[in-house]
Ligand binder design. Structure first.
Ligand SMILES: *Cc1c(COP(=O)(O)O)cnc(C)c1O
Length: 233
């Protein structure tokens, strides 16, 4: 089947399934042409995990009125470059207090109207994952404190992000546990701090149906949309 037709069908099926949940189409493993096709099919939110690729694609697609989401590991020496991307909407991967401090210091570099962010929480406690550690509430609390001092900033808290466990034989159950933990972190933060309403960003190709059942607001899906082969083969 033609690439464009395939993309159209997958997006339609996915949208029907996730209903009102916000879809971030993760385009990190695809090219600008596929992003353009998806945009023409009505998809406006796209996620990238490397600053360099985001720069390239944002130039190639500068004629499109789409929204960019940064979802990858962010090094503090690349913040200025990221903030300069036109149409950067959200950063899903603010994974430490140190990074948050660096981001606030560079807010004047932001070229879009405002940029929202999610605090990334390591709910699976796997060593290779980044994010605030659920066993160390102090760091999350310090971040919440810092955020409450910057409520008028162009860089504003939108919610919490997590990823399901990778290395497991029981991925459905373990993903669900991760998503429940993120809900619990949200409740604790709400109890302890005066923060805006917090959204959740959780669920990828493998586990988005569990994330939706656990009440996520955003799913980040790449493979199921952009993988090259026909799923019905
Ligand atoms: C790659 C990636 C996704 C999408 O994963 P798929 O399995 O391709 O759907 C979602 N979130 C993050 C943080 C990613 O790096």
């Amino acid at each position: 089947m033609e690439r464009r037709e395939l993309l159209k069908i997958r997006l339609q099926l996915l949208k029907r399934e996730i209903r009102e949940t916000n879809l971030v189409a993760v385009s990190k493993n695809t090219d600008s042409e596929s992003i353009r096709f998806a945009f023409e099919e009505g998809q406006v939110d796209f996620g990238e995990n490397r600053v360099e690729s985001l720069e390239e694609k944002s130039i190639e697609l500068e004629d499109l009125d789409l929204n960019w989401h940064f979802i990858g590991k962010l090094q503090s020496n690349k913040i200025n470059r990221l903030f300069k991307i036109p149409r950067l909407k959200y950063i899903h991967s603010v994974d430490s207090l140190k990074l948050l401090e660096h981001l606030y210091k560079r807010v004047d570099q932001i070229s879009s109207q405002r940029v929202g962010f999610f605090l990334q929480v390591n709910t699976s406690e796997e060593a290779e994952k980044s994010g605030f550690c659920i066993k160390n509430y102090d760091e999350l609390a310090a971040a919440a404190n810092l955020i409450s001092q910057h409520l008028d900033s162009k860089f504003y808290l939108l919610g919490l992000m997590t990823m399901g466990k990778y290395r497991t034989d029981n991925f459905e159950e373990d993903a669900r546990l991760c998503f429940k933990r993120l809900n619990a972190v949200r409740s604790t933060l709400k109890r302890d701090f005066e923060l805006p309403d917090l959204k959740l960003s959780m669920g990828m190709s493998q586990d988005y149906s569990m994330a939706i059942e656990e009440g996520t607001d955003f799913v980040r899906i790449g493979t199921s949309i952009f993988k090259p082969e026909d799923p019905r083969d």
